[in-house]
Ligand binder design. Structure first.
Ligand code: ZN
Length: 236
């Protein structure tokens, strides 16, 4: 059964009611609907709690397996058919939404100007690792793009998400920034648009306005071979 992924529509939803569809190994819980984001696309999974009456189960991992979203909890006790209430660790999720949105803006500014290609992207709670391929390499250039991104985060720029038919979506220039992360073979793709800045095929969670990102700081720049660069930045 495909879990209804409520975070795709509304990334600000912090809680929901749900029903337990199946339980594997006592601790892996599939729900009919969820607010928990499963690990994927460079974004870590959410954590939080699943509550059943006065019992609380801590969600330690969330993964997606052929459309089923499985929540690993810290102890056994939940059963098929149970009515439960899901509560996100919202502080963590909100930071991930901010850093994820920051990564879009940084990547788009850098790639549009320099022709750099994104080769990897890993979010942590308040830190982003970003890998790209670029021959000419200069720390000052990256400082400059960090500053440019920070200027963007002072503006009321909206971030929107919607679905498009696959063929139409793939005609958008730059919609797929990472070759390895080519979108799944499904008829409609979810597009995340930083209005006027960037459009990407993307299943993650983002903030609705660039002002919510705050500011970022460049932490570290590494050379990983002839063309491969790695930068880390953090949310301030
Ligand atoms: Zn994204």
């Amino acid at each position: 059964m495909i879990t209804e992924a409520l975070y795709l529509e509304d990334s600000y939803l912090k809680e929901c009611d749900a029903k337990v569809v199946s339980v594997k190994n006592g601790k892996c819980i599939v729900l009919d609907r969820t607010v928990f984001y499963p690990k994927g696309g460079g974004q870590p999974c959410d954590t939080g709690k699943i509550k059943k009456e006065d019992q609380t189960y801590n969600v330690v991992y969330v993964g997606k397996f052929s459309g089923e979203i499985s929540h690993e909890v810290d102890r056994i006790g939940l059963r098929e058919g149970d009515r439960v209430h899901c509560v996100l660790d919202w502080d963590r999720r909100y930071k991930l939404m901010r850093s994820h949105t920051a990564a879009h803006v940084f990547a788009s500014l850098l790639c549009d100007d320099t022709g750099a290609l994104v080769t990897g992207n890993q979010l942590e709670e308040d830190k982003v690792r970003f890998d790209f391929s670029l021959e000419a390499f200069d720390r000052d250039v990256l400082v400059e793009y960090t500053n440019k991104a920070n200027e963007m985060f002072k503006k009321d720029v909206l971030v929107e998400w919607y679905e498009l038919p696959r063929e139409e979506a793939l005609r958008i220039q730059g919609v797929v920034k990472m070759a390895e992360a080519f979108p799944p073979n499904i008829p409609r793709l979810r597009i995340v648009e930083v209005v006027g800045v960037d459009k990407q095929a993307d299943g993650g969670t983002h903030v609705k306005n660039l002002r919510e990102v705050g500011q970022i700081a460049l932490l570290k720049v590494e050379n990983k071979g002839k063309h491969n660069r790695r930068v880390y930045f953090e949310l301030l």
